[in-house]
Design a protein. Sequence first.
Length: 129
Amino acid sequence: MRNLWHILTRIFFWSYERGAWQYDVAVAAILVFVLLTPRHWFHDQPQVGIPATAGHVALVSSDAATRTYRVDARVLAPPVRTPELSSDLHKTLQLAVPELRGRGFEILRIEAARDADGTVTSYEVQIRP
């Protein structure tokens, strides 16, 4: 038992010389862990912008076929490119609007609202539920 403890301690503190069989076993174990670990075990996505809440998303207009929401630009990470903007707005609406959670919808139009300096303050997003 003492030998096993000694081996595990030396592996943990990485005290074997390169080329020793214990070193090779430790490297192989690390590679197996990295390459075979399922992705769904780790949900550590970086937080981008401020968290989307109902206060940052407001329903502007609604008719039978479409709805238009105003999304605060601060919930999106700058700089945002067009393909990412659509995806980020889709995620933001799903998180902030309870009736859109778990349901599919299509973004029809995205319009940026700017202040006097030309800075984007919000986006008006028209969707089809």
